[in-house]
Design a protein around this ligand. Structure first.
Ligand code: HEM
Length: 399
């Protein structure tokens, strides 16, 4: 993820690109269908939406990458991933160790540089998770990204560990992001509930109450699409952006930005700009009717490669939750959102808050239960169908 731009970076990008293109991403919908039905069913008995969103997000990417569903959150893979990401966040904090300020300290004898041992231990744990995940995935039934990457020409001169890191990073990057963005959606329901009846009316008109909304319905749901878009704008999960560097001299409004300059795309400033968005603090889907903004996922070479998968996950989960539930605060009162309710750090999401998910009617509840009961939960079968779909779309899976 933090590999500098160069031939090696581009080789890894070429390895990943075929499974992440818009056309390929549209082939994973049966996995997102299963996991969003699981999500709705879980929300019938649990208001712990943060946990359920994490299961949803993790299961989508772990299924596609490793042929492994994440069902309880107790799976050792997801537990270890949590631990490794916590270590990563700690290590990425500038000033976490004295060596950040005085890099020459790294040349002292090992006994005097305990941070190096910590870093090695943390690296080994993470690397071991990735390689074990990949090796297990190669033995599982059904197509998956691990099998696909291993057969790719780009991987021929890579070590197993390099391929395993590509797969692992994709997985790690897809869990917290999607689940936080869904928590932001719930907060928008609690803070600005006036848009919800409009979205539910549209769903009722197009879908009715006898079945769940499906992927095919999405293009007939412009208001719902606008809700998804506004959700990305209202609160950005990387408010302070990921720093990038220019690869050549550039000019902006007559100012020279020399090659090698660090440029920080400050998402929070762009998405809350009063000159562009009227009343930016307000969640107002109407701003996006018939429009979308790809910039939520970053820019240039480092743009989020999972953006097409992420958008499909967000759209189906939001459509189905709005169709299925009334989402309110515990006491039914509107909440006021402020900065203190958000975590600090590179990725920022809502701190714990409560919300109550109530099925919109007995009919809706029965549809949730029966859809969950009847959906094919055999991920190997689903992944073989994904492979067939890739082929019928004109793509060439490598495994
Ligand atoms: C709602 C969900 C998501 C959001 C809002 C999101 C957003 C972002 C953003 C803002 C970046 C930084 C881009 C930049 O540096 O300019 C990023 C990077 C990245 N994302 Fe996502 N993402 C999401 C889901 C996913 C998923 C599902 C995957 C994988 C399947 C993924 C994989 C990655 C990777 C690997 C990077 C690093 C790219 C690089 O540095 O070359 N993301 N994402």
């Amino acid at each position: 993820m933090f590999k500098p731009l160069g031939n090696d970076f581009l080789l890894h990008q070429r390895l990943e690109a075929p499974v992440l293109s818009p056309r390929a991403s549209a082939c994973y919908t049966s996995i997102q269908d299963l996991e969003s039905k699981q999500l709705l069913n879980n929300l019938l008995t649990s208001n712990d939406f943060a946990k359920q969103f994490e299961l949803f997000a993790a299961s989508v990417v772990y299924s596609i990458t490793f042929g492994l569903r994440i069902v309880t959150g107790e799976e050792w893979q997801i537990q270890t991933s949590h631990e490794c990401l916590e270590n990563f966040v700690h290590a990425a904090q500038v000033g976490a160790w004295m060596v950040d300020a005085f890099p020459s300290l790294n040349y002292l004898p090992r006994i005097l540089t305990p941070w190096q041992q910590t870093a090695e231990r943390w690296y080994e744990k993470w690397a071991n998770l990735h390689i074990t995940n990949m090796r297990d995935a190669l033995k599982r039934d059904g197509w998956n990204w691990s099998k696909d990457f291993k057969k790719a020409n780009e991987a021929k001169n890579m070590t197993d560990m390099e391929v395993a890191w590509d797969l692992g990073v994709l997985c790690d990057a897809g869990v917290e992001t999607t689940s936080i963005q869904l928590q932001i959606f719930v907060q928008a329901c609690l803070a600005y509930p006036e848009w919800i009846p409009k979205a539910q009316r549209e769903l009722d008109d197009v879908v009715g109450d006898k079945r769940l909304p499906d992927f095919q319905d999405l293009e007939k749901l412009p208001y719902l699409q606008a809700v998804v878009e506004e959700n990305f704008r209202w609160r950005h999960i990387v408010p302070a952006g990921v720093p990038h560097a220019t690869t050549q001299d550039d000019y902006y409004k007559g100012f020279l930005i020399p090659k090698g300059s660090v440029v920080v795309p400050l998402f929070v400033a762009m998405r809350q700009d009063e000159h562009v968005f009227d009343d930016p603090a307000v969640f107002r889907p109407e701003r996006w009717i018939g429009k979308s903004s790809p910039s939520n996922f970053g820019y240039g070479r480092r743009v989020c490669p999972g953006r097409f998968i992420a958008r499909n996950s967000m759209a189906i989960a939001i459509a189905r939750m709005l169709w299925a539930f009334d989402i309110r605060s515990k006491d039914g009162a509107r909440i006021t959102v402020n900065e203190r309710m958000y975590t600090a750090g590179l990725v920022s999401g809502p701190k714990h808050f409560d919300a109550v998910f109530t099925p919109r009617s007995e009919v809706h509840k029965r549809v949730i239960e029966s859809s969950y009961k009847s959906v094919n939960k055999n991920v190997a079968h689903l992944l073989d169908e994904v492979r067939e779909k890739l082929v019928s779309t004109g793509l060439s899976p490598r495994a």
